[in-house]
Design a protein around this ligand. Structure first.
Ligand SMILES: C=C(O[C@H]1C=CC=C(C(=O)O)[C@@H]1O)C(=O)O
Length: 402
């Protein structure tokens, strides 16, 4: 059912930037917006998958694809729309054409930054300690909680999301994404570089590649390899990882005729982080289950929320002190046939005018150490901060400490 509020929102959404997903496999660029997928129907329990099917049935024109972002929180609105044009090409070849560098860039002095930690690192450690205390008391059967913190970056000029996307897309191990958002200043966008695939569907084939368990990569090759080996051998990280794999397998099993995964987690690398990863491949029983239905089924996995899901979500809402928005949600696409891919929206920033809001989380399980978990979130911020050319205190990268 359409109403006046939906129609007003549809009329108002004119993306200043293209939607983009950029990986070694493919660059998918969606320009403009023909129509938003409305939220009407959600209150009566209609899923995003049902609403996109109804959308395609109603709209005869335009590309047969929906792109956008899913929020972290169950009740928050998704941001899904039909672009006016869609272009798909192999590899990263079309990125520069879709997000061209500003011609006068060389003459522009570097941005000046102020960085505010919200909450401060010390408060984050206190929150981690509180989660551990609740687990030790056996509260709500909590086994894992992914607690995040946020950095608010303020620059002296509007931040260019295109430049950030180009910088992030240089890491060959990630899917860089740009989702233009409605509301706020022109150019508001969610931009990130995620190593984690929530789910992809092609025909009956389904893939999920969850990550959990992390170590910072190191400049010295020997020390870097040793950090990876320590991660592989870490009982705490393996328990953190197992929670995610078990949850995804439990959710996919009733929907799959076949499901396969390696018995052991594998090392997965980005330019700045090591992770434990497990690639899960399945064969769906029913092709009516779209990539968006699968994303809704799996999200939020214990890679971004915890176990049990409901208790962890309550704990996060209570202890983090801010709305996650689209952080720890998903960015992706679904087409009329139900194929699509949804990537976990981590290692990302919401850009609005002169401000960027960055988020990073770490999985807390019994045995976690509040100081080490804080350091892990700092390591996860490094990819975004590096793309801006600054460190966590707002100093230009390489500038000596005072
Ligand atoms: C929640 C985040 O990372 C997840 C993905 C990989 C490893 C994770 C970890 O080791 O805690 C997290 O589960 C984040 O980057 O904000």
């Amino acid at each position: 059912m359409r109403n006046a509020a939906n129609e007003a929102a549809e009329a108002a959404f004119v993306p200043a930037l293209p939607f983009a997903l950029v990986s070694n496999r493919e660059t998918l660029v969606g320009r403009g917006c023909l129509r938003l997928v409305g939220e009407a129907g959600k209150s009566s329990g209609e899923s995003s998958g049902t609403r996109t099917r109804a959308f395609f049935a109603e709209q005869a024109s335009g590309p047969r694809i929906i792109v956008g972002a899913l929020p972290f929180a169950a009740g928050a609105p998704a941001h899904l729309y039909q672009p006016a044009e869609i272009a798909r090409s192999a590899g990263r070849s079309r990125l520069a054409a879709a997000f061209p560098p500003a011609l006068v860039r060389a003459a522009v002095p570097a941005l000046q930054w102020r960085v505010e930690a919200e909450p401060p690192l010390a408060a984050y450690r206190v929150a981690v300690a509180e989660v551990l205390a609740r687990m030790a008391r056996g509260e709500e059967g909590l086994r894992k909680v992914v607690l995040s913190r946020s950095l608010r970056l303020l620059s002296d000029r509007p931040i260019e999301a295109s430049a950030l996307l180009r910088a992030l897309a240089q890491d060959a191990h990630v899917t860089a994404f740009c989702v233009p958002l409605a509301g706020g200043p022109s150019g508001r966008a969610l931009v990130g570089a995620t190593p984690e695939l929530l789910v992809a569907r092609q025909g009956l084939d389904v893939i999920s590649h969850p990550l959990a368990g992390s170590a910072r990569r190191l400049p010295d090759a020997g020390a870097d390899r040793a950090a990876a080996q320590t991660l592989m051998a870490s009982d705490k990280d393996r328990r953190e990882h197992a929670e995610v794999v078990t949850a995804i397998l439990d959710l996919l099993t009733p929907h799959c005729a076949a499901l396969a995964h390696p018995g052991e987690p594998q090392l997965s690398a980005t330019a700045t982080m090591w992770h434990l990863g497990t690639r899960i491949e399945g064969r769906l029983r029913d092709e009516a289950m779209s990539a968006l239905d699968l994303a809704a089924l799996l999200h939020p996995t214990p890679a971004v929320c915890g176990t049990s899901r409901e208790a962890a979500a309550r704990t996060i809402a209570e202890l983090e002190g801010y709305e996650r928005g689209f952080y720890a949600g998903a960015a992706g696409w679904v087409d009329e046939g139900g194929d699509g891919a949804w990537h976990v929206a981590i290692r990302c920033a919401e850009i609005a005018g002169n401000e960027a809001r960055l988020y990073a989380g770490a999985g807390i399980v019994p045995g976690s150490d509040p100081v080490a978990e804080g350091e892990e979130t700092s390591a996860k911020f490094a990819a975004l901060l590096g793309a801006f050319g600054i460190d966590e205190d707002g100093r230009a990268a390489g500038e000596p400490r005072a």
